[in-house]
Design a protein around this ligand. Structure first.
Ligand code: DON
Length: 308
């Protein structure tokens, strides 16, 4: 292992030790039994570097529900399908509100603020679904994730998807509201069935860090989208990827990231690395509490930042 990788591996081990000693681990999401039952003491971290290394520590080989982290892949696919026409249907501004808020949707006539709040991701899912069946759309999303990670062993947890469908009343409200403004092409149950299933993809930190490499923008990394699109998705992750906690994440971590309610976060250090961290306990914004603290420690110790 090169000296730089040794140093990085030591940093990961040190962070994992510190996190392991944390008393306050946040609150595990409890809206469905499959998430409520996850052991809050788990913590994993993985870094896929631009020079082809994969470094891991803690529970980096344990699969977890990626939930809203999947919105990054769906956004990339929706942009690939209809390009900048997507922005007629979804905005690019932080909402300053919770991920499942309906408040602005009424004021802004059914056009969600950004593609990472639930309403926005329902629209990107609708775009991917149009012209195909939910099975085909999910096949395309899974194919993209597997290609990005270079790993065929990535699957959807059906039980999670079914629980989400049974309890996702707010998401149904968002979808129907957007339909009333002609901002949904497919039937709400088909679009939401597809949405809930891609949120129910399970990955390990190692797989997720590998999958994020298409956003690093460095030679030798998977080239699934154009460099300009990489930069734009990173910009959206920075400004909107943590909902009403996005400003705080940018302040503390200094890199673009996308969180999920399963406790995972995908973070991109442009030109350098793709990082996945997972700790199931959440903070008040619904983002991983210790995952955020671990990322703050990592960027403090490496000096990685998009701000210089
Ligand atoms: O839409 C939902 O409720 C979930 N399937 C995804 C939400 C989520 O991950 C929010 N992020 N923290």
């Amino acid at each position: 292992m090169p000296a730089a990788s040794n140093a990085l591996q030591d940093i990961l081990r040190g962070i994992t030790r510190t996190i392991g000693a944390s008393a306050d681990r946040g609150r595990v999401a409890d809206y469905i039994p499959e998430l409520a039952g996850v052991d809050p003491d788990q913590f994993g971290i993985a870094i896929a570097t631009a020079d082809g290394q994969l470094l891991t520590a803690g529970d980096a080989a344990v699969p977890f529900s990626i939930q809203s982290v999947s919105k990054v892949f769906t956004l990339a696919l929706a942009l690939g399908k209809i390009g900048d026409r997507l922005w007629d249907r979804v905005g690019r501004e932080p909402s300053g509100l919770a991920f499942d808020s309906i408040l602005l949707l009424e004021q802004e006539r059914g056009r969600p603020r950004n593609p990472f709040i639930n309403a926005g991701a329902i629209v990107t899912t609708d775009v991917v679904l149009t012209g195909s069946s939910p099975r085909e759309a999910l096949g395309a999303i899974l194919r993209f994730v597997r290609d990005a990670a270079d790993d065929a062993d990535i699957h959807i947890n059906e039980a999670v998807a079914r629980s989400e469908i049974a309890t996702g009343h707010r998401n149904f409200a968002l979808a129907h509201y957007m339909l009333s403004h002609q901002n949904l092409t497919n039937a709400p149950d088909l679009t939401l069935g597809t949405y809930f299933h891609h949120c129910a993809i399970e990955m390990t930190c190692a797989q997720l860090a590998m999958a994020g490499r298409f956003l690093i923008d460095a030679p030798g990394m998977p080239r699934l989208i154009s460099p300009q699109r990489q930069r734009r998705i990173n910009a959206l992750m920075m400004t909107c990827g943590h909902y009403n906690g996005s400003g705080d994440f940018a302040f503390r971590v200094g890199l673009p990231g996308k969180s999920g309610v399963g406790g995972g976060i995908l973070v991109i250090a442009p030109g350098k690395a793709s990082i996945a961290v997972w700790s199931p306990g959440l903070n008040a914004y619904g983002n991983s509490k210790l995952g955020t603290e671990a990322m703050e420690a990592l960027t403090t110790q490496t000096g990685w930042s998009v701000f210089g």
